[in-house]
Design a protein around this ligand. Structure first.
Ligand code: SAM
Length: 237
């Protein structure tokens, strides 16, 4: 992967950035995503934020090598602290991390989201944590995608601010309100894989000493299995 040849995953993230956006890519590593956006008219300016020195140096080198220093600012900072009010950021991308980490980055830095029109988030796992954060913080889902690359399955969530609180039910939180409507083959494969794991864990828990904790974990797994069975039953009816 490089700035010209992005992974399919990052290409799909890039496609959701508004062409006139000033974008902050948080956890930018080599800054491939902002470089790609700037080279291809996918955004007008960018900030690449990184918390770790090594990836931050890589991002700086990449931006320099691409001749984009006047358009992309690289900052060493945790989460949304990479954004300064004078940047005028209108879109934030956060890709390639767990959903819980993405949600905590958003929660800790939410005062920096003023003026942001769109969040494009690509959790590797546990997208539900982001959906919960979105409901609590006045963001609505405008698009979702699910894709498979090199046998890994990824979700992309596109959120925009909403005037009213948009509630999601348990199924929408777990599976994604838009993905539930589409239910494509990758969606089915993801949840079949997950269900197989949940069932195996639930079985192991059944054969362990039944403490309060174990019982709660087992109940949570059984609830998720029941939700999944409902979703697939709806689809077959
Ligand atoms: N976004 C790129 C992608 O999707 O290919 C890189 C993903 S890489 C797996 C995750 C990057 O996020 C790492 O470079 C890591 O140092 C950075 N990171 C993790 N937590 C962060 C945080 N709180 N703030 C900024 N960067 C963070």
């Amino acid at each position: 992967m490089n700035a010209q040849q992005l992974s399919i995953r990052l290409m799909k993230v890039a496609a959701h950035v508004q062409a006139d956006a000033v974008v902050a890519d948080i956890g930018s590593d080599h800054a491939y995503l902002p470089c790609h956006l700037l080279h291809n008219g996918g955004a007008v300016r960018a900030v690449a934020g990184e918390i770790v020195k090594g990836p931050y140096e890589s991002a700086k080198k990449q931006v320099q090598a691409e001749g984009l220093e006047d358009k992309i600012t690289v900052r060493l900072a945790p989460g949304l602290e990479a954004i300064e009010p004078s940047d005028g950021i209108t879109a934030v991308t956060i890709a390639g991390m767990g959903g819980s980490l993405i949600a905590s980055i958003l929660e800790e830095g939410k005062d920096r989201l003023k003026g942001v029109e769109r969040l494009i988030l690509q959790p590797n796992v546990h997208a539900q944590a982001i959906r919960l954060w979105a409901v609590e913080n006045g963001w609505q889902t405008v698009a979702e995608e699910i894709l498979k690359e090199k046998d890994k399955i990824y979700e992309i969530l596109v959120l925009e601010p909403s005037e009213e609180k948009v509630e999601l039910d348990a199924k929408q939180l777990l599976f994604g309100p838009e993905l539930l409507k589409q239910q494509n083959d990758v969606f089915k494969e993801k949840w079949q894989r997950e269900a197989a794991q949940w069932k195996a864990i639930a079985e192991r828990l059944e054969n362990t000493t039944q403490t309060e904790d174990i019982r709660t974990k087992k109940e949570q797994l059984l609830e998720k299995i029941a939700l999944m069975e409902e979703v697939f039953a709806d689809e077959n009816s």
